[in-house]
Design a protein around this ligand. Structure first.
Ligand SMILES: [Zn+2]
Ligand SMILES: [Zn+2]
Length: 239
């Protein structure tokens, strides 16, 4: 798996979906929830205690959309990285509009210090090959995105929260890892597992690895993928 996870649950679970990978001394997060923050803190302390004695030198956060289970941990991380770790934080926004909304949250609501973070367009990061607009809840129309990522020369497609797989299909081939949200409850704003199983099976048959994330009911979804090549993402347990 190219990505690790601090949590793989949907909004109304204990562990919100939060992905990450490292590239040298850079830590790259995809969204960051409050429950993920404590796990990140432990992870950073472990990195500080390794042979090189250095933690992460720069933290990047690629944002998919502004629901609180996806951005709830970011302001706290900005404060902590600034005051305690003295580590620069760069937030990658998929559009200017989303960047502006995040700025209101960080500056006006949270009171983040001047210079404690920067916001850049997501497609300027070396790990982002393509920003993929998608549709999720009607209230956030035009403000939800997934990504085609390049992690160490390998391809990962990350859906974020979405109600459709269509925008992602052109970017998936046999060498891709697909990180796909899935729901057992048919809400209309997420990918209902029974609807997407046939497409996911086809994708897996083509050689891609298919990992499910942002799960609302693990038991029910596990039953639905029984006997397929589809699996869940694994969660970093803090060790
Ligand atoms: Zn969510
Ligand atoms: Zn959402």
């Amino acid at each position: 798996m190219l990505l690790e996870f601090f949590g793989r649950g949907s909004a109304f679970t204990d562990e919100h979906n939060s992905a990450f990978f490292t590239d040298g001394s850079d830590l790259v997060l995809i969204d960051h929830s409050l429950p993920a923050f404590n796990r990140l803190r432990r992870r950073h302390e472990l990195a500080c205690a390794d042979a090189a004695g250095q933690g992460f030198k720069h933290i990047y956060i690629i944002v998919t959309h502004t629901h609180s289970d996806h951005i709830g941990g970011i302001p706290l991380l900005i404060h902590y990285a600034y005051y305690v770790w003295h580590t620069p934080v760069t937030i990658a926004a998929a559009s200017e509009e989303v960047g502006g909304l995040l700025r209101i949250l960080f500056d006006k609501i949270e009171g983040c210090e001047d210079g404690s973070y920067e916001i850049v367009p997501a497609d300027t990061l070396k790990w982002v090959n393509k920003v993929i607009p998608t549709r999720h809840t009607p209230a956030l129309d035009g403000k939800c995105f997934g990504y085609l990522l390049n992690i160490g020369g390998k391809k990962a497609v990350y859906t974020g929260d979405t109600r459709t797989l269509e925008p992602f299909l052109p970017y998936i081939d046999g060498d891709t890892e697909l990180y796909c949200e899935a729901a057992a409850f048919n809400s209309g704003v997420h990918l209902f597992i029974d609807d997407i199983i046939p497409t996911l099976k086809e994708i897996a048959a083509g050689g891609a690895k298919v990992y499910l994330m942002h799960l609302d009911n693990e038991e029910a979804i596990l039953k639905a993928i029984d006997g397929t090549d589809i699996s869940f993402v694994t969660v970093y347990d803090g060790s």
